[in-house]
Structure formats: structure tokens, C-alpha cells
Design a protein around this ligand. Structure first.
Ligand code: ZN
Length: 432
């Protein structure tokens, strides 16, 4: 069989106009299914007629809070579910870090479509049947777990490693010499550093050529990805997913110029704080509508993730829209003296400096009714005063806020294992 660059050429390269027409057809079918089978959507969608895709704006948004409420009103899966329970074959649940976990149900067909899509994403990075793929994500109710089946579907030898202690994972990497691995960006960094401490060179003793990351903004920050790539002598591909839809909904192709999002599975909107659409390249909240999910359709779901996008055709030939970066979560956005600051913006500055280790912590406090921000960094070969001045100036120029810079010795800050906690907000009543 002749190998192609595409997993599903027809869908992946569909011209924009035809893609939009296809989406409208899918959207109508999705809404009709939800209207007919979900008591909740029956009420919400009554009287809604779609003449064009833009008419979706007549329908109210769905929030995480609403998912929780609908679930509590009709336990255990809620009344947005649009199939009988006997048709549900799999559930994921969110980690519950911001409230009680919400279940995300899949029918057998939803699950099949999802795994096929994961295979498509892996294929677009250049992963092939000759590869050995190590899946180092959690399997416990976590939607990232089954994504390993996507690698397996495309024919790669798939190692279901899970979240084992780092010594065990390094032993797996040494013994089986996988060529690809999926973790979080902070864990990829931590694991690489741990390997060096244990006398293993990630770049020359191991065989990792591709690192897939998701779950944190780090994969979208050029300075962070460059450091991880250097550490491992590998290429990094940023993926993006959410438990309420798919383990990965979007991912970078081999061009690495944005994360393609599956527009045959999802309708994408990016909105400002008033709910109005923002233009290409501008930052806004990602809102997704499922186009094929049967177990629980999600309509205009506010993800809470801040992104920017382009719908220009990619050099790889794929036409599906690209997210130009996952800049952070709305919940992570700090408002310091009235200025919006994302920790990922600070990370980009800290990680580009050769005289810092790249580790950092942000401490926000309030003194005499005024917000203060302290950035702890680890200095290498410059004097403390010099580092304070250089970083302080850069933060002021690029983010428009004054920050106190605390320079520590290397290896003083706590190292992150999975999701990194890098912000300490000591303010009691943040209403600004
Ligand atoms: Zn591409």
C-alpha cells in the first residue's frame, strides 16, 4: 500500500466552502437528535431554525456549571444525554479540580469515531506503524487514557505505561526504546532532568523522536518547547483536549504551525467577554459544538480556554482550522492592577533566558489594597542585581506591570511532576 501523508485525505483537505456546508448538514442532524432525545435540549432548542451556521448564535451557551447542574438534576449522567443508557459504553470524568466531576459518556460509535480521530492526529505528526509509542497518561476515568488506542489503530506498537513513578518510566524507555511518548510539558521536562540525574542522557541513551504534550499551555510556548526538544533531542507536538469531548480535539501536524482542530467533529467559535466572535489571530475563549456525538451532544460549550486561530490553509494541505496557541485558562488569568496577565506570558519570558534555569513561581499578593506580583526564578551565571534588573525591565515592557523579581539558586523551586502549580495567589478577596 502506498503511504500517504493523510489519514483521511478527503475530509482533511476539504475546501473551506464545502467543509462549512458539511458542518451545517452535521449540525442540523446533531440538533435534531438532541431535540428529539434529551429533555434538556428539547426545551433549549424549541423553535430554533438553522438557515446558516451563524444561526447557531441564537442558541444559548453551555457552561461547565450547567453540565454539573444537569447531572445533579438527573443523576448519574444528566438530562443532556440523548441516548438510552444501554447504548453508553464508556465514560470519562473530569478531574474535579474546580468542582464535582462531570461524566462524559460515549456510545460505541462515539468511541470508534474518537479513536479514529486520535489515529488521524498521530498520523499527521508523522507517527507510523514502524514507531513504538509510549502512553504515559493516567487511565483512571481520564479521557486522555484511551487515546493510546489511536496510536494502536494506526499500527504503532503501543505501550500502555500510565502514570508510573519516573524511575519505572525511565526503565520502560530504556528497555523498550520507544520512539514516541505522550506526557504533559512540565513532566517531559522533569523526566528529562531526572534521567540526567540518574546518569541517562535522554537525547543519546533513549530513542524518543516525538513528544506529544497536552494539558498545560507549555506546549504552545516557543521557549518551553525548544528547551524540551533540546533536552530530549526530539520534536514536540502540542495537543489539546477536554474531558467533555475528546482526549485530543486538536493537534499539531508535522508543520508545527498551530493545532488543527477536527471541524468534521466540532464547530469552533472564539468569543470575547461579551460573547461576540473575535477575528483571526485575536485572543478569545474557545467555544465548541459537537457535530457527531450521540451520547451527549454539547452545544456552544464554553471551554474556558483562551486561544487564537487561523482558518488559512496549512502548508501540509489540511484545511481544518488551526488554533495558534492555547494561551491559558480564563480561571488562570490574573488581573494585576487591572492588567490581564497569563502565567504563560511570564513563562515565555523566563524560559528564553539562558541565565535562568527556566523554573519559576508566581506569587500574587495584596499590600495596602494594591496588588503585588513576585516572580521567583533560579539564576545561573549572572549576579542577582543584574537578573532582577533584566527580568524586571522585560516584564514591564512586555506585560505592562511592575514585578518584584526574587532570584534563587538552581534547584530551589519545587519540580513539577504532572500538572505544575506555579501560581500562588495570596489575595483574599479578588474582585478586581
Ligand atoms: Zn498542517
Amino acid at each position: 500500500m502506498k503511504e500517504t501523508v493523510y489519514w483521511d485525505k478527503k475530509i482533511e483537505t476539504l475546501p473551506r466552502e464545502r467543509l462549512n456546508a458539511f458542518q451545517l448538514k452535521l449540525l442540523r442532524a446533531e440538533l435534531a437528535h438532541a431535540f428529539k432525545n434529551s429533555p434538556y435540549y428539547h426545551g433549549v432548542l424549541k423553535g430554533v431554525r438553522l438557515r446558516s451556521i451563524d444561526d447557531i448564535r441564537k442558541i444559548p451557551f453551555t457552561t461547565k456549571q450547567m453540565l454539573r447542574e444537569r447531572q445533579e438534576a438527573a443523576p448519574p449522567f444528566g438530562d443532556m444525554v440523548s441516548v438510552p443508557e444501554r447504548d453508553i459504553v464508556y465514560i470519562a470524568a473530569s478531574s474535579g479540580s474546580t468542582g464535582s466531576p462531570t461524566a462524559s459518556p460515549f456510545t460505541a460509535q462515539d468511541f470508534e469515531e474518537w479513536i479514529d480521530y486520535e489515529a488521524r492526529l498521530f498520523w499527521s505528526t508523522g507517527l507510523r506503524p514502524e514507531d513504538r509509542y509510549c502512553h504515559a497518561l493516567n487511565f483512571s476515568l481520564f479521557v486522555g487514557g484511551p487515546c493510546v488506542l489511536g496510536a494502536q489503530k494506526l499500527g504503532a506498537l503501543s505501550i500502555h505505561a500510565g502514570t508510573v513513578p519516573s524511575e519505572r518510566l525511565l526503565a520502560i524507555l530504556k528497555q523498550f526504546q520507544p520512539t514516541a511518548i505522550w506526557t504533559t510539558p512540565s513532566y517531559a521536562w522533569y523526566l528529562g532532568e531526572t534521567a540526567i540525574i540518574e546518569g541517562i542522557s535522554p537525547a543519546s541513551d533513549l530513542n524518543i523522536k516525538k513528544i506529544f504534550v497536552a494539558g498545560e499551555p507549555g506546549g504552545s510556548i516557543p521557549e518551553t518547547r525548544q528547551k524540551i526538544e533540546e533536552l530530549w533531542g526530539a520534536q514536540l507536538y502540542d495537543f489539546y483536549g477536554l474531558s467533555d469531548i475528546f482526549g485530543a480535539c486538536a493537534g499539531e501536524c508535522s508543520e508545527k504551525s498551530g493545532l488543527h482542530i477536527a471541524e468534521d467533529h466540532m464547530l469552533v467559535e472564539v468569543i470575547d467577554k461579551n460573547g461576540e466572535p473575535v477575528g483571526e489571530g485575536e485572543r478569545g475563549e474557545l467555544v465548541l459544538t459537537t457535530l457527531k456525538k450521540r451520547a451527549r451532544p454539547l452545544i456552544r460549550f464554553r471551554t474556558g480556554d483562551i486561544v487564537s486561530y487561523t482558518d488559512e490553509k496549512c502548508a501540509c494541505g489540511r484545511t481544518h482550522l488551526r488554533l495558534l496557541g492555547i494561551h491559558g485558562r480564563i480561571d488562570d488569568m490574573l488581573i494585576i492592577k487591572g492588567v490581564n496577565v497569563f502565567p504563560s506570558d511570564i513563562e515565555a519570558i523566563v524560559r528564553e533566558k539562558s541565565y535562568l534555569t527556566g523554573e519559576y513561581r508566581i506569587i500574587v499578593d495584596r499590600e495596602k489594597h494594591l496588588d503585588t506580583i513576585t516572580i521567583e526564578v533560579e539564576g545561573k551565571d549572572r549576579s542577582e542585581v543584574e537578573v532582577q534588573e533584566l527580568i524586571g525591565k522585560d516584564i514591564k515592557a512586555r506585560l505592562g506591570i511592575g514585578a518584584k523579581i526574587n532570584v534563587l539558586s538552581p534547584n530551589t523551586l519545587p519540580r513539577a511532576t504532572h500538572k505544575a502549580k506555579r501560581v500562588v495567589d495570596k489575595r483574599e478577596h479578588v474582585w478586581a
